[in-house]
Design a protein around this ligand. Sequence first.
Ligand code: HEM
Ligand code: HEM
Length: 198
Amino acid sequence: MPRSNIPTVETTSGAIEVYTPTARAYHWIVVALIAIQAPVGLYMVYRGGTLNIWDATTNNLYSAHKLVGVTILLFVLLRLGYRLTAGAPHPEPTIEPWQKTVSEITHWAIYVLLLVVPILGYIGVSMYPALNIFGAFNLPALTAPDKKLAEAIFGWHAYAAFALIGLVTLHIGAALFHHIIRKDNVLGRMLPAALRKD
Ligand code: HEM
Ligand code: HEM
């Protein structure tokens, strides 16, 4: 049954439900932020940890990573609040039951990691403590200092981030498979009308 808050568009194969402009905006804003965040995280750890270069550039990369990371956390909280209240389109009508199951598991696992990864990062910098951003201000501390535990938490933060990168790679592969090989409307549901196929 179509729901009043979920938009429906006409295609040559019939009417399909699509994501709302708000849901699409949240999706693509978080994609853009993660596309900056993950490489910055890897590069700053390589530059500081592996090359042992602790200059202004490394410190600025850490500051940028903390700032973008907290911004991602805020967007994900807003996005999840919206998702849980406004819902999402029914599955694209042509997909197989197993694809529906796998996509739902993947999407919810991505949501969980989108919370776990930045929360671990934030708890880690609170315990270290390393809360300063560009020498300009401090993030509010979430915990009391505990440097040893902070180091373990950074390890978990890295594992969770790698799991997120792995799932997102699978997710992007699936989106491209639907668009290029299966030629269905799965990707179109997450795109602006002008980029959708009919
Ligand atoms: C979704 C958001 C985030 C992603 C995808 C992400 C990703 C990463 C990645 C890939 C690394 C490198 C891990 C390694 O090579 O060992 C890293 C390290 C780090 N992240 Fe994040 N991060 C996120 C959010 C945050 C937040 C919110 C903070 C703190 C406010 C934070 C603080 C750190 C710190 C301090 C490190 C370095 C840890 C170390 O030196 O061992 N991250 N992050
Ligand atoms: C950091 C990268 C990404 C993250 C974290 C992410 C996360 C998500 C999540 C959580 C959903 C579920 C939406 C919901 O129902 O609430 C979703 C849906 C979707 N994403 Fe992504 N995504 C990313 C990148 C991409 C990219 C690059 C593409 C396209 C190539 C893409 C295409 C889609 C599509 C088509 C859907 C809707 C699937 C459906 O209708 O069943 N995503 N994404």
